[in-house]
Design a protein around this ligand. Structure first.
Ligand SMILES: [Zn+2]
Length: 258
């Protein structure tokens, strides 16, 4: 029996007026630039990069079932911006043998079901932690990417008992205005537990399902009460999405562009 926890940190963003507008600010005259208090450091939130067209086509909703979003604003659920890639890195410290292709398979599933494009940036020596700064020199001027990594119940009390992983992301405003988007993201997986699964027969599908569940939290989905959905809080050896999961994932990828 596996229990997974949702952690979504809602970071409070305050807007302040800044002097020295850049040329592109002319379309935003009178609108304050949003600033993030990032672990005590005041960071002007970066402009959206690239064209405002979806990277991948929207996924049509073809099933109905139970799904839920973790963070809902007046304008709807808070989601990733589908006009930018969801950049991600893999923290390989303590990663079980044979786990890497399973992570990539889970990412491919999320991309297929959400229509969000995931962009792999490589491995990192950053330690996956929900308290991580959203902006880090190692990742440049843009938001720190989604990090997927490994820990143990000894290192991380959140993984004690039946918990196989935890996942979530941050709801943060765009460079201007009130609209919030999901940014960053952290998935911490229980290396010793999942390593044991991987060594057992059919364990690979089980581990992939656990990672898919945590990644669904990252893109905004919350737990549901229907035990036939993968977003049910307790994993009952189900390895594929349920109808509500698929509906929720399609909608999770259909958010507004910044
Ligand atoms: Zn969960």
């Amino acid at each position: 029996m596996l229990l997974s926890l949702l952690v979504v940190a809602a970071i409070v963003v305050v807007g302040v007026l800044v002097s020295g507008y850049e040329l592109r600010d002319l379309t935003r005259v009178g609108q304050p630039r949003n600033v993030l208090d990032d672990n005590g450091r005041q960071v002007e939130l970066p402009y959206a990069q690239g064209p405002s067209t979806r990277r991948l086509p929207e996924v049509p909703v073809t099933t109905t079932g139970e799904y839920a979003f973790s963070v809902i604003d007046d304008t709807g659920p808070v989601r990733f911006d589908p006009c930018r890639t969801v950049r991600w890195v893999l923290a390989v410290e303590d990663m079980p043998v044979f786990a890497e292709p399973v992570v990539f398979a889970a990412i491919a599933e999320l991309q297929l079901r959400t229509g969000l494009e995931f962009e792999y940036l490589g491995t990192t020596d950053e330690v996956p932690d929900f308290e991580r700064p959203m902006f880090q020199d190692r990742y440049g001027d843009y938001y720190a990417p989604l990090i997927i990594g490994w820990s143990s119940a000894e290192q991380n009390p959140d993984l004690e008992g039946p918990v196989a992983g935890i996942g979530g992301s941050n709801a943060i405003q765009g460079s201007h205005g009130e609209q919030r988007y999901l940014r960053g993201g952290v998935v911490v997986l229980d290396g010793p537990d999942l390593g044991l699964y991987l060594a057992s027969s059919s364990g690979e599908a089980q581990v992939q399902a656990i990672i898919m569940h945590e990644l669904a939290h990252v893109v905004g989905l919350a737990h549901v009460s229907d035990s036939t959905e993968l977003m049910y809080e307790t994993n009952n050896r189900q390895t594929t999405w349920g109808p509500g999961d698929l509906q929720g994932l399609a909608l999770a990828g259909a958010g507004p562009c910044e």
